[in-house]
Ligand binder design. Structure first.
Ligand SMILES: [Zn+2]
Length: 70
């Protein structure tokens, strides 16, 4: 399971989910580098786009979240 307890609503997997997050990148001579940016955080929320390796695409709030209550 991933650290956020989210599962794909189509295949049920929790290990194949990608989320489209906004990141800060440092402009360099050869391109951009996220690792060099002082703003090391990245942002995403329930409205961010998400996709799974099974082909599902949607929004973060469509993912199935573990309740923690069983
Ligand atoms: Zn899936």
């Amino acid at each position: 399971m991933n650290a956020f307890g989210c599962h794909c609503p189509k295949c049920g997997s929790s290990g194949q989910i990608d989320i489209c997050a906004q990141v800060w990148v440092r402009l360099t001579r050869v391109g951009t580098a996220a690792d060099l940016s002082r703003q090391g955080n990245h942002e995403w929320n329930d409205a961010s786009r998400a996709t799974c390796d099974c082909g599902w695409t949607g929004r973060v709030n469509e993912l199935i979240k573990e309740s923690g209550n069983g």
